[in-house]
Design a protein around this ligand. Structure first.
Ligand SMILES: *[C@@H]1O[C@H](CO)[C@@H](O)[C@H](O)[C@H]1NC(C)=O
Ligand SMILES: [Zn+2]
Ligand SMILES: [Zn+2]
Length: 434
C-alpha cells in the first residue's frame, strides 16, 4: 500500500512538473506551415526523381534488395541521419528526433516484382524479368525525401520518428520479420503510403477500417488409384473427387461466410492426368483465399481443409492440403485505425486541400503492412499518381505500370507532415499510464 501511494505521489508530482515546464500546446499549423513544407519538398524534386530512377532501373526481388539497401544507406549517410542495419536481411531503420517518446513510425517497402517491364522509356528496368511495377521505388524515394525534410526540421520535432525501409512486401511478409527483429522500437503508431493509379496526382484516398484482405494460398492433392479408363470400377477416380471438392468449396463463400465480411475463394489451377484412356492416380489443384477480416480467413482455411478432406473421403480418396506458408506466408487484413483516420484526414486537408481528399476503395489484395497494425495502430494511405497525359493509367502489377513522378515531392511532404504533426499532437502521451 505504502509503495503504491509513493508511486502515485511521484506521478502527480511528475505530471505537475511536466505541465509547468512544457511549452503550451501548439495550435494546428497554418497556411505558412503548408507552404513552407511543400516548397521545401519541391526544391528536392530533381534529387527525388534521380533516386527513384536509379531504383527503378535496378529492381531487386524480395529479400535480395542489396543494392537498393546500399543506395538508401548511402543517402542516409550523406544526410547524416543515423540508422540501424540490417533488419530482415536488407531492411533499414533510420531515426530522427529527440530519441524520446512519443515515437511514430513511417514505412516504405523496397522490393520489386518478377515481371518484365513493357514500358519503352529511358529509365526502364535494366534487368529482364524484374520490375518496380507496384511503385515501391516511389515509396522508398518518398521516405528518403521525408528523411531529408524531417532532418532539416529536426529541432522542432516533439519526439522521435522511425523510418522503416522494409524488404519483401511482395509475398515475403518482410514486415513480420522487421517486427521480430525489433524495427518498431517504441513506436506507438505507424503510417504507410501506397501509390494509386485510380486517383489523380495531388490527391489521396482514405478509408477507415478494413481496406485490404487477409490472404493465403493453398495446394491440395487428391490421391486415388489410377488404372485403365475402360475399367473405372477397378480404380479410385481422383478426378471426380477433385471436381466435387471444387464445387463444394464454392459454398463456403456463398453459404457460410457472413455476407458483410467479403471473402474470396478462387481455384486457379487443376492438374491431373495426361491422356484419354487412363484414370490418373492423383489430381492437384490450388488457389487463394481472401477475407476482409483476419478471423474470417482463419475460418475459411479451416473449412477448406474439412471440405476437401470430406469430399475426398466420400469418393474413397485421400486428401493432402498444404497452405504453402513457407513460400507464401499468410497476411492478416489491413485495417486502418479509426483514431488515426482523423489525423490523416486533417493532415491531408491541410496539405492538399479538402477537394483532394477522396474516399478510398477496399480491394481484396493483400499488404504486409497489416503485420504492423497487429502490434500498434496503423494507417495506410493511397496517394494518387494518375496522369492521363503521361500515361500513368495502368494498375499496379501491370508490365505497363508507369509512375507520375510529380507524386514524389507530395509523398515526401505528406510523410513528413504525418509524423511531425502526430508528434505535436501526442507529445504529452509520455505521461499516459499505459
Ligand atoms: C548490384 O550492384 C552490382 C555492383 O555494382 C552490380 O554488378 C549488379 O548488377 C547490381 N545488381 C542489381 C540487381 O542491381
Ligand atoms: Zn504489389
Ligand atoms: Zn505494393
Amino acid at each position: 500500500m505504502f509503495a503504491i501511494a509513493t508511486d502515485m505521489g511521484a506521478l502527480v508530482l511528475l505530471t505537475l512538473l511536466f505541465s509547468l515546464s512544457s511549452a503550451p500546446a501548439h495550435g494546428w499549423p497554418d497556411q505558412d506551415y503548408k507552404d513552407q513544407l511543400l516548397s521545401s519538398a519541391q526544391l528536392d524534386k530533381d534529387w527525388l526523381i534521380s533516386i527513384r530512377r536509379q531504383i527503378h532501373e535496378n529492381p531487386e526481388l524480395r529479400f535480395q534488395e542489396h543494392n537498393t539497401s546500399a543506395l538508401i544507406r548511402q543517402q542516409l549517410h550523406q544526410l547524416c541521419i543515423p540508422y540501424s542495419y540490417p533488419f530482415a536481411n536488407t531492411g533499414i531503420v533510420a531515426q530522427i528526433g529527440s530519441g524520446s517518446k512519443p515515437v511514430v513510425a513511417l514505412r516504405a517497402d523496397i522490393d520489386a516484382l518478377p515481371l518484365q517491364e513493357l514500358v519503352e522509356w529511358e529509365h526502364r528496368s535494366k534487368f529482364d524479368g524484374k520490375m518496380h511495377a507496384c511503385g515501391h521505388d516511389a515509396h522508398t524515394t518518398m521516405l528518403l525525401g521525408a528523411a531529408k525534410l524531417l532532418n532539416q526540421r529536426k529541432d522542432r520535432l516533439q519526439g522521435t520518428v522511425r523510418l522503416l525501409f522494409q524488404p519483401a512486401e511482395e509475398g515475403g511478409a518482410g514486415a513480420s520479420h522487421m517486427i521480430k527483429e525489433g524495427a518498431l522500437g517504441d513506436a506507438e503508431a505507424i503510417f504507410g503510403i501506397h501509390v494509386d493509379f485510380e486517383i489523380p496526382t495531388g490527391s489521396i484516398g482514405l478509408i477507415s477500417g478494413p481496406v485490404l484482405a487477409a490472404t493465403s494460398f493453398f495446394e491440395a492433392k487428391i490421391q486415388g488409384v489410377g488404372g485403365h479408363a475402360a475399367g473405372p470400377h477397378l480404380t479410385v477416380d481422383p478426378i471426380l473427387a477433385a471436381s466435387l471438392a471444387i464445387l463444394a468449396l464454392q459454398q463456403l463463400t456463398s453459404r457460410e461466410a457472413d455476407p458483410l465480411d467479403s471473402q474470396v475463394l478462387s481455384i486457379t489451377y487443376v492438374r491431373g492426368g495426361s491422356t484419354f484412356n487412363v484414370i490418373p492416380s492423383y489430381v492437384e489443384f490450388g488457389g487463394t483465399l481472401r477475407s476482409l477480416t483476419t478471423k474470417g480467413l482463419y475460418r475459411l482455411q479451416q473449412r477448406l481443409k474439412e471440405v476437401i478432406e470430406g469430399q475426398a473421403a466420400v469418393h474413397r480418396c485421400k486428401a493432402f492440403i498444404d497452405m504453402k506458408e513457407e513460400e507464401y506466408p499468410f497476411y492478416p487484413a489491413v485495417v486502418n485505425d479509426d483514431g488515426l483516420h482523423q489525423h490523416v484526414e486533417k493532415v491531408g486537408r491541410l496539405l492538399l486541400g479538402p477537394e483532394n481528399i477522396k474516399r478510398g476503395e477496399k480491394i481484396m489484395a493483400g499488404e504486409d503492412f497489416a503485420f504492423y497494425q497487429e502490434k500498434i495502430p496503423g494507417y495506410m494511405i493511397s496517394i494518387g499518381m494518375r496522369n492521363e497525359e503521361l500515361g500513368s493509367i495502368h494498375p499496379m502489377h501491370s508490365p505497363y505500370f508507369f509512375l507520375d513522378e510529380d507524386v514524389l515531392p507530395i509523398g515526401a511532404a505528406l510523410n513528413t507532415a504525418l509524423a511531425e504533426l502526430y508528434l505535436n499532437e501526442h507529445k504529452h502521451s509520455i505521461l499516459d499510464p499505459a
